[in-house]
Design a protein around this ligand. Structure first.
Ligand SMILES: Nc1nc2c(ncn2[C@@H]2O[C@H](COP(=O)(O)OP(=O)(O)O)[C@@H](O)[C@H]2O)c(=O)[nH]1
Ligand SMILES: [Ca+2]
Length: 402
């Protein structure tokens, strides 16, 4: 360093810079313990109005449920991410920076004691850190909150929660083990025909919202693969083969999910391709999901695996996302499933995944072929995830703001 720079650096050190510049900035750390990975979101807030100044986002695979029998190792993956936050947050703010981890469907599918073992190891990592560890800093996220909090994130970031025009957007989140659908019903009719536990009211930014939301456990993309193979929620006999016409004909492979090993493969003799595959995935979704009429015409934001699979098949730009119709997923599914040899470089599940997404949207939720989906993974450079919404609630509950 030249001495000029040193002088400059000294001037801006925390205890000499103008207090209002520093006092306004504070941080929140929210971990998303997803079924396929653990993610850290380090948010920077500016005090004056609910404003997110920035986000540091990192993720690690696999998710905590893969460490069902080695909870300390699972917690180590959280510690590695938390060490990043020690570097990112100024030391004088550590004690005022809350750290929370919420686990989603991956841990909901684990046994109670295995999930608790993982969570208590994570709690120890938090206790050993320099950050503020609130009361319920580690836990499993309630499915209905998962959808609502993602809705808050997207509608806050797109400015629908502050502006007067309450033209909010609905959200679709396709995880590995569960999938969420959330929107603000406009018609009284919808409220009447919706099951009671699908409707949740809450207070945010001094407005009250009554949202339609549901988290379908077992309907995430990975869980749906097992369901399509007929392997979900069953004791797998060692060496048992699971076959599907959604898989390449000559495929023989094994796969680990949620700590269990599965043998799976294609239909050497039987049929292969979109038509037989669609019939298989239809068994997973037909008649299993609630179909609110209101959504048939409205467009939705869609992210997580909806985004990943659309990007993997160039339906959207990998970085910027894009807008498409439900029919684009179906067309791509047909193209992949009926030309499997051309796609052998991609995941062997690509045909099954795209066909499942098509069936989930059309036969599951009841969307039309021309329903518009806005696929995004960031809005204003902030990840579209339930974690920002969860952090707003956390700060509110700590009386820190909003
Ligand atoms: N970019 C990005 N992708 C995400 C985020 N959360 C989930 N995903 C993607 O969605 C996939 C499945 O979601 P996950 O959270 O692991 O499953 P869940 O526990 O059932 O919700 C992951 O493999 C990621 O690719 C996120 O915050 N940002
Ligand atoms: Ca998730």
């Amino acid at each position: 360093h030249s001495n000029r720079e040193m002088w400059f650096q000294d001037f801006l050190s925390p205890n000499t810079c103008p207090i209002n510049a520093k006092a306004n900035t504070f941080y929140g750390i929210m971990f998303d313990a997803g079924s396929t990975g653990t993610r850290i979101h380090i948010y920077t807030f500016v005090q004056k109005s609910p404003e997110v100044e920035g986000e540091i986002f990192e993720s690690v695979k696999p998710g905590l449920s893969a460490y069902a029998d080695q909870p300390e190792k699972g917690a180590e993956t959280v510690k590695a991410l938390l060490d990043m936050a020690v570097d990112a947050v100024p030391p004088h703010l550590w004690k005022k920076t809350p750290v929370v981890l919420k686990a989603t469907a991956g841990l909901r599918l684990l046994s109670e004691e295995k999930a608790q073992a993982l969570l208590s190891e994570v709690k120890e990592v938090f206790e050993e850190s320099p950050f503020l560890v609130p009361e319920d800093s580690v836990g499993i996220m309630d499915g209905s909150h998962e959808g609502i909090l993602a809705w808050i994130t997207v509608n806050f970031l797109t400015g629908q929660l502050s502006g007067q025009n309450q033209q909010t957007v609905g959200i679709l989140d396709l995880g590995g083990a569960s999938t969420q659908i959330t929107f603000l019903p406009r018609f009284e009719e919808t409220l009447k025909e919706t099951p009671e536990d699908f409707l949740t009211s809450f207070e945010m930014f001094n407005s009250t919202y009554k949202l339609y939301t549901h988290s379908y456990l077992g309907f995430g993309l990975k869980a749906a693969r097992l369901a399509t193979l007929g392997a979900l929620n069953m004791e797998v006999v060692d060496g048992q083969m699971f076959r599907s016409s959604c898989l390449p004909k000559h495929l023989e492979a094994e796969w680990h999910f949620g700590g269990v090993k599965y043998q799976y493969g294609g239909n050497k003799e039987g049929e292969t391709g979109f038509k037989p595959c669609y019939l298989e995935v239809l068994k997973v979704v037909k008649g299993k999901l609630h179909q609110p009429d209101e959504i048939r015409g409205s467009s939705f934001y869609a992210f997580s695996y909806y985004y990943d699979r659309a990007a993997d098949t160039n339906l959207i730009d990998y970085e910027r996302g894009g807008v498409l119709e439900v029919r684009n997923f179906e067309r791509k599914a047909k193209e992949v499933c009926d030309n499997m040899e051309r796609y052998n470089s991609a995941s062997p599940f690509l045909c099954m995944d795209l066909t499942y997404i098509t069936a989930l949207l059309k036969e599951g939720f009841g969307f039309r072929d021309n329903t518009i989906l806005k696929l995004t993974k960031k809005v204003n450079n902030i990840e579209t995830s339930w974690t920002l919404g969860a952090t707003f609630y956390l700060l509110q509950s700590l009386g820190m703001t909003y």
